[in-house]
Design a binder for this molecule. Sequence first.
Ligand SMILES: Nc1ncnc2c1ncn2[C@@H]1O[C@H](COP(=O)(O)OP(=O)(O)OP(=O)(O)O)[C@@H](O)[C@H]1O
Ligand SMILES: [Mg+2]
Length: 314
Amino acid sequence: MSIEVSQLTRFFGRAPAVRQLDMSVPGGAVTGLVGPNGAGKTTLLLMLAALLAPDSGTIRVAGLDPVTQAREVHRTVGWMPDAFGTWDSLTCTEILLTFAAAQEMDADTARTRAVEMLTLVHLDELARTPARVLSRGQKQRLGLARALIHSPKVLLLDEPAAGMDPRSRADLRALLRDLASDGTTVLLSSHILPEMEEMVDGVVFMSHGTALPTPSEQGRAEAEGPGGAAHPVPTRRTWRMRALDAGRLSEWVHSAQPSVTHEEDGTVRLPVDDDAAAARLLRKAVEAGVEVVSFAPLRGALEETYLAMEGERR
Ligand SMILES: Nc1ncnc2c1ncn2[C@@H]1O[C@H](COP(=O)(O)OP(=O)(O)OP(=O)(O)O)[C@@H](O)[C@H]1O
Ligand SMILES: [Mg+2]
């Protein structure tokens, strides 16, 4: 149930939004699509969902070609757009039933499934409420319920967590993990990297319409070809240390590590080569009598990798 993309290109006017993109997304896993505004993520997802035609290149979504098998792709894929336009006069249930009918689900199955999906996204109390009354986050959750109504094998989500409250986002993460372990292929774009890092099995970085090999991949890229999803593993990172007594910490850190930044909140930031170096540093601090309260990487691995790649790009 994987997604395979080869040399995919799509222009808007004379500007390529996606260009010669090669990408491989494994089945039964959650894969993140990460890249700056305008990188081409939405354009790519629309082509995968058979909602936008490519200019050239090939796509296979669960073995189907969105260009020649659009109908089959619509049946196989659940699509959640970044902003879900609802018909304002319809209720949440009616909207789901309309989509179920478009998927040619029989009326009884559709009713049962609509109730299940509204319960899943905690909108059951708003089932009979017209969609115009929904808040932004509630609309996002209705969009998720709609994407799932026909139990799709492949789920494409464009910034699904945008506008959702912390509880809903946590629910979303758990749901996507569950779906993937049941065999669903999940590809989602997001700018919220720490959150994404918690739930993805792999990441595809996009920039200027094309997929970039992540730093950890660069070595094997020559052997295997570009575009495979992999978890980025940055090595040298900034770590932050906090201690009960900021003065004592400051005193020690000056003798132990000259390249250090002090923050106004009394923490210090240190460049650390790898986990082993971090462990050594922590032991030294404790041995020197610094009462360390916390010591952790400043940013998640995904964010750190993203910023490093952005830096190189500029
Ligand atoms: N319908 C359209 N008509 C013309 N140009 C478009 C259209 N849709 C997208 N583009 C252009 O294609 C490029 C890629 O846009 P796209 O929406 O795919 O980016 P994105 O990665 O989803 O960005 P964001 O993170 O802001 O959502 C941009 O330069 C954009 O201006
Ligand atoms: Mg977008």
